[in-house]
Design a protein around this ligand. Structure first.
Ligand code: PLP
Length: 361
């Protein structure tokens, strides 16, 4: 068996232990004589899987009882519409624009109401999180929306905007479970799981109970109502069953590592291996202002497109996969989610040092 070090932004590397365990259970899950893929989502065995997955996530994130956890489909992108359809009572929302995924949520929100962009970092290629001190939260806004970690540009919020009595909604697709969060700061958190949790096809939504109502925008389809999924414990229709099963295993994996405090410690150490090198390198440099650097997605450049392409090619040949930056920004990006072993980052830095020595500028 030969596995590469996979630095893809998502779908992304998953813990090897989880994949092995799932492989062992592939033909006969827990004495059922079938794969989780093959079993009824109404069966006892699956009910246990989904209940246990939710319980472990609640433990990990310390999710209070007045929040529901939903396992949905449609990708994180579907939440860009589902959120306004369910929460936009006044048809107004305040958004902070920190990159492509934030922009997509803005565009989708505009299908339903007025979106006020109350801060943006577009002027400098989204290389920082905008100043949050003097935000003008709109009196009539139904919620304030942020993208907590910007997968493409490699920034993250280390502080939250002060939203007063307004609900904060956060897209945590690329940093959920990377460190502890205080769920009570948010009305709604969502994450496509294909980066830090599991296989594509599942979206986790953590939503405060009082926000789950029948008062949704006219025409909101049944499948896009949080209440329908909450009332049916994520089993209104056939759920992404196998995906939820893998998510449950990854939740346990994080728990066994010591939970989110331990995960944060590991992630800080891991990211600093790469950032420290970038800060000392004469060939490579990080593109994000230091205080807003993501622990999960680390973009960097050499300043020359040719040199970037040479690096990506040679890195791939050496077993470092998917280091090419997003097509809209170029350069390189190393996504180092929870499941990327520290060894992978150390070896990448070794390789970068060697490349730098061979390609003096
Ligand atoms: N939000 C963020 C922060 C992302 O990184 C992505 C995907 O990369 C998305 C949303 C969109 O996710 P999906 O492809 O599941 O719709």
């Amino acid at each position: 068996m030969s596995r590469v070090y996979n630095f893809a932004a998502g779908p992304a590397v998953l813990p090897e232990e989880v994949l092995k365990e799932a492989a062992e259970e592939m033909l006969d899950y827990n004495g059922t004589g079938m794969s989780v893929m093959e079993m009824s989502h109404r069966s006892k065995a699956f009910e246990q899987i989904v209940t246990e997955a939710e319980k472990t996530l609640r433990d990990l994130m310390n999710i209070p009882d007045n929040y529901k956890v939903l396992f949905l489909q449609g990708g994180a992108s579907q939440q860009f519409a589902m959120i306004p359809m369910n929460l936009m009572k006044n048809r107004v929302a305040d958004h902070i624009n920190t990159g492509q995924w934030a922009k997509k949520a803005i565009a989708e929100g505009k299908l339903f109401g007025k979106i006020n962009v109350i801060a943006s970092s577009e002027d400098r290629m989204f290389s920082y999180i905008p100043d949050l001190k003097n935000l003008k939260i709109s009196d009539d806004a139904d919620y304030v929306y942020i993208c907590h970690n910007n997968t493409i540009y490699g920034t993250k919020y280390n502080q939250l905007p002060e939203t007063g009595d307004k609900i904060l909604v956060a897209d945590m697709s690329s940093d959920i479970l990377s460190e502890p969060v205080d769920v009570t700061n948010y009305g709604l958190i969502f994450a496509g799981v294909q980066k830090n949790i599991g296989p594509a096809g599942v979206v986790v939504v953590i939503i405060r109970e009082d926000l789950i109502t029948e008062d949704v925008l006219p025409g909101t389809p049944t499948m896009l109502r949080y209440k329908v999924h909450a009332d049916n414990k994520s089993l209104y229709n056939t759920p992404p069953a196998y995906g939820i099963y893998i998510c449950g295993k990854v939740f346990k994996w994080v728990q066994n590592l010591g939970g989110l405090e331990a995960m944060k410690k590991i992630n800080l150490e891991k990211a600093s291996i790469l950032y420290d090198y970038l800060d000392s390198s004469k060939l490579f440099r990080g593109t994000v202002v230091k205080k807003d650097r993501s622990l999960m997605n680390i973009p960097f450049v050499t300043g020359s497109d040719e040199m970037d392409a040479k690096f990506i090619k040679e890195a791939k040949a050496a077993g470092f996969e998917s280091l090419k930056g997003h097509r809209t920004v170029g350069g390189m990006r190393a996504s180092i989610y929870n499941a990327m072993p520290t060894k992978g980052v150390k070896l990448l830095v070794e390789f970068m040092k060697k490349f730098e020595a061979e390609n003096k500028i």
